[in-house]
Ligand binder design. Sequence first.
Ligand code: F6R
Length: 251
Amino acid sequence: MKVICVENEAAVGKEAARLISAMIRLKPDCNLGLATGTTPMTTYNELVRMYKEEGLDFSKVSTFNLDEYIGLDADHPQSYAYFMDEHLLSKVNIKKENTHIPNGKTLRVDRTCSAYDKKIEDRGGLDLQLLGIGRNGHIGFNEPGDKFVAETHQINLTDDTIEANSRFFECEEDVPRTAITTGMRSIMHAGRIVLIATGESKADAVHAMLYGEIIPQVPASLLQLHPEITVIVDRAALAGSSLADSLFSAD
Ligand code: F6R
């Protein structure tokens, strides 16, 4: 794992966008795996800026989002489909038909999940996967559990995730209890992974991901086995780790 520690959230976004834009320039028809949440917002802002000011071309790019809440329409303001439109997809020259997000309103969850995996595989897999990380070590909505799940699947969100994500909803009761998430296979098969984390609340999860045992109770720990992963964090997200001590000792 390569770890890049920068000053703050804005710098994390710039660095992640730099890696993603490099992929787009190298392979204009690349398949990007994308995440939602607070952390990637600065990355998407920077990609939109690069599109507007530097001509970064999304016209051949395809995107596959990691996850979606079950039960929310794509036009629900808290759905991840809505989030992606708001923060990136409607602001760059990507073709709508090249953007993919699991359908949270499906009546056949199993079929939707296997079709999603097949679509990613048929397109040759992901060239680059952008990930955030949950306070509990989840990636996508692969929550801590007894085993790593390879396929896209339905998941019951943990109390910690429901509580963490309630900030986007009017109250905790409104947070959907289930979601569809891509599994560990499409993530681990991505040619390159960029994981971003900011803030003190992620420090324990980042530490467990970097140094902990590879166990399904910390889904992100599996990333230790990926050959091409770059972790971009701000100082707060590294707080307390031995890596932070050595990185900051010169200050
Ligand atoms: C959402 C996703 C999640 C988030 C994680 C962190 O698509 O993949 O794993 O990355 O919950 O969320 P934020 O960035 O809101 O702290």
